[in-house]
Each structure stands twice: as structure tokens, then as C-alpha cells.
Design a protein around this ligand. Sequence first.
Ligand code: GLA
Length: 420
Amino acid sequence: MVVLSLVLPAAAAVPVMSNRLDRSLAALPGVAPTPPMGWNSWNSYRCNIDSQKVRQAADALVATGMREVGYRYVVVDDCWFAPQRAKDGALQGDPVRFPEGMKALADYVHQRGLRFGLYESPGQRTCAQLHGRYPGRTGSAGHERRDAQTFRDWGVDYLKYDWCATDSDLGHQLAAFLRMRDALRATGAHFVYSINPNSGITDAGVPATVVGSRYDWSGVATMWRTTNDVDSVWTYAPRQGRKMGIRDTVEVAVPQVVRSGPDHWVDLDMLEVGVHQDRQRPGLTAAEEHTQFGLWAMFAAPLIAGNVLPTMSRVTRDVLTNSDVIAVDQDPLVASAVSVSVARGLVWRRAMADGSLVVALWNRSEDSARLECDLATLGLAPGRYAVRDLWTGAATVADHTIAVDAVPHDTILLRVRPAG
Ligand code: GLA
């Protein structure tokens, strides 16, 4: 057992350049006072998505209790559309896989007390089309007004708008993302506008962070991605192009999360909890699932599940429906998580609206470790504190030091308040 003793200098927020792209307006106000939560088809189904799978996911959100703990959006990612637009230029659902049309599917989702989302791209082609995985050129370039109107007519509540072009010029990106933002706004309907300025850019020699992570898109979108797609693996270290595991995403994206707030959230990408991508990416360990879900919550990131909901295991369901952890994600104060371990980057604290503190202790090493942190380092006055482990529910009292044992890659989340 390795003992990491975290007796550290005074707490400091991670400095981040402002780089805010448009200060004139909140992107689309009032749609997401707390980080959006939902389910998206991509991580499990890729282009093999159809109406029945989406309906099953919507039903499962209700049956498993996920809707009750906050999951609202059912988002159909790439490949939902027919490869050609209709004669009048409108987008249309793929007639084979979505025979009833997208409006009927949106109605089905709405009838279950959920909201409906779709994917599009600002260029000529969606990501699957760019990579030759799906036929056609049905991106929204030049069709923004019409497409926004179509989405409104169908009852779409959430648009995932994914760059997916090899050109990463900031001026082009900004103009394209603003065009769709303004088109959505002009419909008069409420949309969560979820953008990804990172995808499609070639891997060769490009760092993991391209355009998106360098800028604050809060005047443009409700939420924005900061990295390339996260996979259901722990890490690709040493770095392989722009591939991202859970650990890589945390390391790259966490400095950005101070930019999050109501209606503008840094998106750490979708959840890999319960996802089994393929043989090379078979899935996360239980500890790694705690780390993805727990740190996403710690950093107030959108929680978008990506697993096959109707057949998920009890373990997966317990992680995804842990209402104590979800409450951290959704806390209305939206205080920034503060690193108390500048040297090792293992511990964060975050103030909650009710005056309590949440502490995340991340064992990113390859050994089981005792993680220790004294109360003064957490900014707490001398005294006795009630400490509750948000994964196990175990309650203890601390009067000098907080100490936990963590298996490799695990994250322990503790809620700390003065002992009564
Ligand atoms: C990009 C995005 C993914 C997904 C796919 C769809 O890779 O980053 O989240 O939407 O496109 O093709």
C-alpha cells in the first residue's frame, strides 16, 4: 500500500485564460440552469441506431428510475437522417430505421416526460459522412434556418452540433456555430445547444486539445466539448494522437471547468459507465466508473449516459442513479472545484449551496493507496466534521485528517459538514 500524504500549500484555483468568444449574450438563456442530463445513442450504437432502440432507451429511463433522478434528454446522435434531403431541401429521418419519422419519435419521448435531441454538423457532412461511415452530405451548411425550423416543428429540445471538418480555423468555427445559434433562437423555441468544436480535425501531429479547449464558448452554446471523443479505456498514455481515455480527459479538460455556469457548461464528453465498445475497449473497471461519474459530477459536467439502458447491470445502474453524487453535479451554487493538490493533482474540494463541502480524492496511480488530507488544507476551521462517503454511505467523524483507502484509478467522494 502506497501512502500519499497530502499536506499541501494553500488552496488555489487553476488559472485559465478568459478567451471568451462572444460576450454579448447568454447563448440561449434559461434552458440549463444546471448541467444537462440524459442519454445519447452514440457510445453504444454508433450508426446502428433505429427508432426501436431509441424508444427502448426512453422506456428504460422511466423504468430504471433514471428520469426521476434527473436524466431528461434522449439524444439520437449521428446517422438518424436519410442520406438525401427531401425535394424541398428539408432533412428527413432515415425511412428504413426511423419509418414513423422524427416527429412521431419525439412525441413518443415527450409522452414519457422526457425531452428529445438530435445531432447535426455545421459543415457539408456529419462526422460519420466525413469518415465514410455513412452516405450522403446532409450537414447544415447553408441550411441553418430551414433545419432549425424543422427541428422546432418536430419538437426537438436539444441539438448536438458537431464540427467534424478538417478545418479548425477559429473564425470559421465561430461564424458557423453562431449561425445555428441564431437560427435556433429565431424559431422562438427552447433548445439546449450542445457544440463540439474539436471533432474531425486530423490526428497527425495535432495535440489532444485543438480549438475547443482553448476558448470559452459560453456566449455561443449551452455546452461545449473540450477534447476529442473519450473511449471506454482508462488511458492512452503515452499519448496516441488525439485518443482520449478517462484519465486523459480529466487531465486535459479539468483546467477548463472554471468556465462553467448556468446555461454554459464545459462538456467533458459522454459517460462510458456500462459501455463495452469493442475488444480493444472492453469497458471500465468499477473504480474507473466511479472516477468518471464522480469527477464529472465534481466538475459540474453534463451527465449524458451512453450505455445500453434496458440491459444494464445493477452495478451500472447504481452508479448512474446515485442521487448523492448527482446532487453534487447539480448543486445550484456551481462553485468551482478547487485543487488542493497542485503538485500531484489528486484532491479537489468544492463548496455546496447548503454550506457543506465535497471532497474528491482521486487515486490515479497503479497501486492501492491511502489518500490523506488534513482539514486545514481543505480550508476548514479546527473542529469536528461529519464525513459521508457518497459511494458507500459510510459515515465517520474527522477532527484533524481525512483519510481514505482507494484501489487503483478510484475516486472517493466525501460530503463534509460540521458535526452536530
Ligand atoms: C464525433 C463526436 C461524437 C459523435 C460522432 C458521430 O466523433 O465527437 O461524440 O457525435 O462524431 O459521428
